[in-house]
Design a protein around this ligand. Sequence first.
Ligand code: HEM
Length: 424
Amino acid sequence: MHHLARDPFAFHDRLEKYGQIVEYRIGNLNFCSVYHPKYAKQILITDSDDYTKFFADQFGGQDISPSGIIFTEGEQWRRQRQTLQPMFTRDRISEYTSIMVEYAQNLIREWDDGAVISLREEMSYLTLRIISKSMFDLEISERDNVIGRTTDALNERSDPRNLSSYLPRWVPTPTNLRFNRTASELQEKVDRIIEERTTSSERPNDFLDHLLSAAGTDGEGLSHEEIRDHLITFFIAGDDTTSLALTYTWLLLSQHPEKREKLDEEHEAVLGGDSPTLTDLQELEYTTAVAKEAMRLYPPAPQLYREAVDPVEIGGYQFPAGTVASIPVHKIQTDRRFFADPDTFEPERWTDEFETELPDCAYIPFGAGPRACLGKRFAMIELKIIISIIAQHVDFELLSDPDPEVRASLTLRPNEEITMRVRK
Ligand code: HEM
């Protein structure tokens, strides 16, 4: 576990030497890591009914939003997925593109030429503003705010280097105290927002409004708790992941000026200095390839876990009920059997032909199967809008370590500050 914490990639490099399916124990848990897309497919898709999602008991997400869709199972999950799916169609998401455009433009305006910025902090601020406005019409104007602090606190609690990750939430370690405080602050804030909306005559066109008017499959509306839990879940699942994808995209582009030049050429040809519309996005093929390639090398959700409900078979081997199947996304996505020069940033590899030939589950930044990311479309649109707007106005000069140490907690976070000089 210690190794997994310090260098998540090296941990799996070592385990893989033992084979394509490797069983090991951590504490009283039986784990099984798989190193081939066909086993990832078996777990996530073919045999998905044999597994539930796995979250360590101590991880606090379930406590913050117990009936949020990322944590539920069985009939309750199926019902929720059916209810929420219509909120993530292309048409619905198109309602949020003007928010994405406006906030990306505002952020650029806040940076002076020559300014030195903490890239991760700036990208977090941007995605948080977008998601808060899209969710419940909330304008965030501070970089330090309760929603950002909650994702930080959750990551801290699921960081395997942290002692608190192995202790129940009531043990008063500094991490737990911080976590408990921010969790209740966030719940109260979202509660207040929902209450205010239900008593107000204003109906902004946001996620909250859709949730308030959504009827479950039984025709009943959603309860206050369900609405709150879904909103919080979207933050937990969608904010840090998107801002990390952007952070690593700029980190990679700043080290590959020839790729950056190609990106600029595409923007010039398709957008000519304008902000993109939803239709333009379809033409931004290289921009899409850049985002995909960045998430291949730095998957924001670095690890998928499933727990076997019954005894299971994976690749001909038997595993007892309770086994935690672990799918190391980075390892799978840098497998030289499927990706030539797997460690090289090569957006050009993403041709239609390449994608058609890629085996199922060889590229899974958004997961796969029934529990795949609900916000994928939202995220891809957001990434493309932000990349194309920022790239048309700003160059980044990397001032920090080009190969920062990363740490796999809930998300794949850089361990050190990534600093850039802004050139406008
Ligand atoms: C680049 C950004 C994103 C990445 C890389 C990402 C990745 C993922 C992954 C890997 C999963 C599956 C986890 C598993 O199988 O264990 C997932 C699930 C989910 N994501 Fe995302 N996500 C992103 C953005 C978003 C956004 C913006 C939203 C919402 C607005 C969102 C909402 C969800 C939800 C609700 C689930 C749970 C679905 C279910 O269990 O049925 N995600 N995401």
